[in-house]
Design a protein around this ligand. Structure first.
Ligand code: FEO
Ligand code: CA
Ligand code: CA
Length: 737
């Protein structure tokens, strides 16, 4: 989600969605790490394996191969988009190209358990642990064998969808909207249950895709589900709570935005804006020892100031532990935090691994991958004999891009393991965490977050106790190392044909041309400008966002140096050339890229928007692209003007799109974000999520359906609902071709 202004906290105090708590001075900090080329990369040749089927990366890894094996592109990669672009639209519907059909599959409130009635969608529905949650987001497809006994990565007829329910459009969850603080316990319980994830079975019969109510695989994971803390920070002093005095477990996962998968068939769900669910007393800094106390420095760096109100007031639901756990104040008398929830926020901000096929398997928060506002996790194509690398964004203004490299080297047999979570233990609990530094010359460095690093050991702002502390406070460690402050890193995705790594940088109103309060434009975040929206006050900064692209030296997951360029700049097609740098046409223009995914069946890139800047002209959208490769463009000077300040900065931009390499494919309904994307292995069904239609509806309008901001998907006077949509091609072909 992408909300500089709070649209949704109808009964709660305003909050800043993507907090801006990076006050480090690191742009001037010099990294000690020298760029170096990978010897192995220079030795690589071309190996023409056919990685065309499902999970191209699995297939490739299974080909075995030695140290220098190169991963092949899907042989069926599409080089030209085969549909007519969709125009921009403000209609309260989904628009797709001629020859395609978009079908609503799974709406907020739809029942997944046997015997649960259809949702009335009037605010009275309960039992959300047996129904779809709200605010669908990241989504992944896991093929199921015909017998329904386990995985079949090639199955397009039967599969499991794993998806996030990021938050709640809570105006519509109650007959007359939510009750202000103090919240009734029953309302809190309902809201906790609409968060989390769904695992739901889907089947395809002919061209009809539907979900299977009553499947034994169906389940909800919520903000109350028990989870295991795993990896180096598990059991650390920073993780202990009244609920888990040994710091080994916690309850719940919420505000999960992007998703990822693993090469062994599990789901990774990414905890993003979790901080806003907690409150802290006004006097809490004093209770903790004052502004320089380590825990206070940490809390502020993650955006929870003393006196901060929680987003939904869940801590006001009663005195029971289920409600008290949302209050992160130091209220107990213990020295270690085992009698209160002073450490609770350290239990959140992780990537969480879930086995979609095994409802009884432990759900594990993988602490080795670092703690921040996680947004997606994409892995480089696995190569036998090399470690795995996962790429992760920290979605707040001025935050960082991270990489996790496993200690374990990839064994192709692990693609189909007997125990998937044990395989996760092998690859995700031990490894190295890096933050990215983008240099002005188109190179970059991965800075290692390690307790032994001089910059971390000697960091004046915060004294790290151990490596667990470095992982828990990954933002502070990355500050110390001098990582590059980015324009809100959202989704990551890897092009299977090239191993280029893409990050959407959705927008940043705090990118400036002058002064010291905010980061100046730099080579990798090179734009800051004025934008108008109707007659409203102009938005400023990197209003429309961009997509950055990186390639590891030698395509080596363990590389500590990379090269980068900007793949695309978001812009309105009518904007000045100094803003519309990619030359987007009316069939291509977009703002605030967020979701992004390469689909394996075609090698096409799909770009989704969660925008607030261009919404006077168009609803959010999905675009398809033939992406090219890093370095296919040239050096470029960006001549910025923000207010009266001007500043030119050099960057590197990829080849501009053509009319056949970038097209708008879909426009969503009113006041909705288009997010999450996955496909059946044959590429003939594409799943996306529509999140928060009608989110701008005023609280007072709940009694007047004519004033709802959207009635999608049910139409008429219905309340709007987030939902999963499946897109098929009427001739039965692959989507986008
Ligand atoms: Fe929930 Fe980073 O968007
Ligand atoms: Ca997002
Ligand atoms: Ca505008």
């Amino acid at each position: 989600m992408n909300h500089p202004v709070d649209h949704r906290l109808l009964a709660q105090p305003a909050f800043q969605e993507e907090e801006d708590s990076n006050t480090s001075a690191n742009p001037t900090f010099e990294s000690v790490m020298a760029a170096r080329l990978s010897r192995r990369g220079m030795l690589r040749g071309s190996v023409g394996t056919a990685a065309t089927a499902v999970f191209g990366s699995f297939a490739t890894a299974a080909c075995g191969g030695g140290d220098d094996e190169v991963v092949a592109a899907p042989s069926t990669v599409v080089s030209s988009l085969g549909f007519a672009a969709v125009g921009k639209s403000l209609a309260d519907t989904i628009t797709v190209p001629a020859g395609y059909t978009a079908t609503v599959l799974y709406r907020c409130g739809d029942p997944i358990a046997t015997g649960v009635a259809a949702a009335k969608n009037d605010g009275t529905d309960g039992d959300f642990d047996k129904r779809s949650g709200d605010c669908h987001d990241g989504i992944e497809y896991f093929g199921l064998n015909a017998a329904g006994t386990g995985p079949d990565a090639s199955s397009s007829e039967r599969g499991l969808l794993g998806m996030n329910h990021e938050y709640q459009n809570n105006l519509f969850l109650f007959p007359n909207g939510p009750t202000p603080n103090p919240r009734p316990a029953a309302e809190v319980d309902k809201e906790v249950a609409v968060h989390g994830l769904s695992i739901v079975e889907v089947k395809r019969t002919g061209s009809v895709v539907s979900y299977v109510q009553g499947s034994t695989f169906n389940r909800r994971i919520t903000a109350a589900t028990t989870m295991t803390l795993s990896g180096p920070a598990a059991g650390d002093a920073l993780m202990k709570t009244k609920y888990s005095i040994d710091g080994s477990t916690t309850r719940g996962t919420q505000n999960n935005c992007g998703t990822g998968t693993t090469p062994w068939g599990t789901l990774i769900t990414c905890e993003e804006n979790w901080i806003g669910y907690f409150t802290r007393a006004a006097a809490d800094d004093t209770a903790r020892g004052g502004a320089t106390a380590r825990s206070v420095v940490s809390l502020k760096r993650y955006g929870l100031a003393a006196g901060a109100a929680s987003r939904y007031g869940w801590e006001t639901g009663g005195t029971a532990d289920l409600y008290a756990r949302w209050n992160a104040s130091q209220s107990g008398t213990s020295t270690d935090g085992t009698d209160d929830y002073r450490n609770i926020i350290n239990n959140f901000g992780w990537n969480v691994e879930i086995d979609p096929y095994q409802p009884t398997a432990k759900i594990k928060k993988r602490t080795a991958m670092g703690r921040f506002a996680h947004e997606a996790a994409a892995y480089l194509t696995p190569v036998a004999g090399k470690p795995l690398a996962f790429y992760m964004g920290d979605d707040s203004r001025g935050e960082y891009i991270f990489k996790f490299v496993s200690d374990a080297i990839w064994a192709a047999a692990d693609a189909v393991p007997a125990d998937r979570i044990a395989t996760g233990d092998k690859y995700l609990d031990k490894g190295k965490l890096y933050a990215a530094k983008f240099n002005a010359d188109g190179t970059g460095e991965w800075l290692l977050l390690d307790i032994s690093a001089a910059a971390i050991k000697g960091y004046a702002t915060y004294t790290f106790a151990n490596q667990a502390d470095v992982l828990v406070n990954a933002r502070l460690a990355a500050d110390a190392l001098g990582a590059t402050k980015m324009d809100r890193p959202e989704w990551s995705t890897v092009n299977p044909a090239t191993d280029d790594i893409y990050f959407t940088l959705t927008n940043n109103t705090n990118r400036v041309l002058t002064g010291t309060a905010y980061p100046l434009v730099d080579a990798s975040n090179p734009r800051a400008y004025n934008d108008t929206k109707g007659t409203a006050t102009a938005q400023k900064g990197n209003v429309n966002g961009h997509i950055i692209r990186m390639s590891e030296n030698g395509r080596n997951p363990a590389a500590v140096a990379f090269q980068w360029d900007v793949y695309l700049f978001g812009a309105e097609s009518t904007a000045a050339a100094a803003i519309n740098l990619s030359g987007l046409t009316a069939d291509q223009d977009f703002s605030s890229p967020d979701g992004m995914r390469f689909t394996n069946s075609t090698g096409l890139a799909w770009i989704e928007t969660d925008d607030g800047a261009y919404t006077d002209v168009t609803n959010c959208m999905l675009l398809a692209a033939v992406a090219g490769s890093r370095g296919d463009g040239a050096k470029l000077t960006v001549n910025n003007t923000r207010d009266t300040a001007t500043l030119a900065v050099d960057t590197y931009m990829g080849k501009k799109p053509t009319a056949t390499t970038l097209k708008r494919f879909l426009v969503g309904p009113a006041q909705a974000e288009v997010t999450g994307i996955c496909e059946t292995p044959d590429g003939k069904a594409l799943f996306i999520n529509i999140q928060h239609p009608g989110e701008d509806t005023a609280a007072a309008s709940i009694v007047d359906p004519t004033k709802f901001g959207s009635h999608w998907p049910d139409g008429g006077t219905a309340r709007p609902r987030s939902a999963t949509v499946v897109i098929t091609k009427n001739d039965g072909g692959r989507i986008g071709t």
